[in-house]
Design a binder for this molecule. Sequence first.
Ligand code: NAD
Length: 242
Amino acid sequence: MKETIRKLENLIIEAKRICFFTGAGMSTESGIPDFRSSSGLWTKNQSFVDIVSRSYFEKHPIKFWQAFKEIFRVKLMQQYEPNQGHVFIAELEKKGKLVHIITQNIDGLHQRAGSTNVYEIHGTIQTATCHTCKEKYHLSYINAHDIPKCENCHTILKPDVVLFGDAIHHFEEALDAAYQSDLFLVLGSSLEVTPINQIPIIIATETNIPTVIINKDRTRFDYLFDVCIQAKIGEVLQQLHI
Ligand code: NAD
């Protein structure tokens, strides 16, 4: 393990343009459960794929909001803080690396840690939009109303999270940032979610960019990466001297 850590350290020191691809495992050390590990939300609530979908929102917006708020712990969202992993990435940018983050997370913790180039490909839980007049509302408004409605036209708001059945955001720009990098790291993702898992798969199979995955559990795609570390992100990053 020590040798792998030193290898990772050298890769980061030598890289000028680093692209991180982060998943729910990035934020478990902040207290937000992921989907697919043993304590993940998925195992506790199998039916949520049907609920967290565009069609369910359109057919049953009231039931959707009740379930959505529970599944994603929306009330607690403002209390979670960035962890040492988010801070580590933000500090690389402050130290002069050109850092891009492609995140599947909707929690906004990368930006709160100070990172600036963040592609939130599955949207954000920080806002919701009225699809009649396009007015946006912040999380504090969403939390102040059981079923958040637009103040102007009384339409039930839609969270700015990509639901099953919605198109993902920024795919082309994110892929471009990945191609432009000279180091590509996956942190805390099962790589099971399509189509976004195509980005790490493409970078690992079709380019010579060094690739790293740090994930607590094995993924189906570990064999594609140059460096594969099966451990907690915080435990690994705290051993790096950059
Ligand atoms: P996932 O739940 O499928 O996979 C998370 C992976 O992270 C697991 O393989 C797990 O082993 C690993 N992991 C957990 N804690 C870790 C740690 N401390 N260090 C290293 N690895 C750790 O997550 P995914 O691949 O991101 O896909 C799930 C979808 O869930 C995403 O689309 C995302 O939008 C959504 N989601 C987001 C949040 C969030 O915003 N924080 C939370 C839950 C789910």
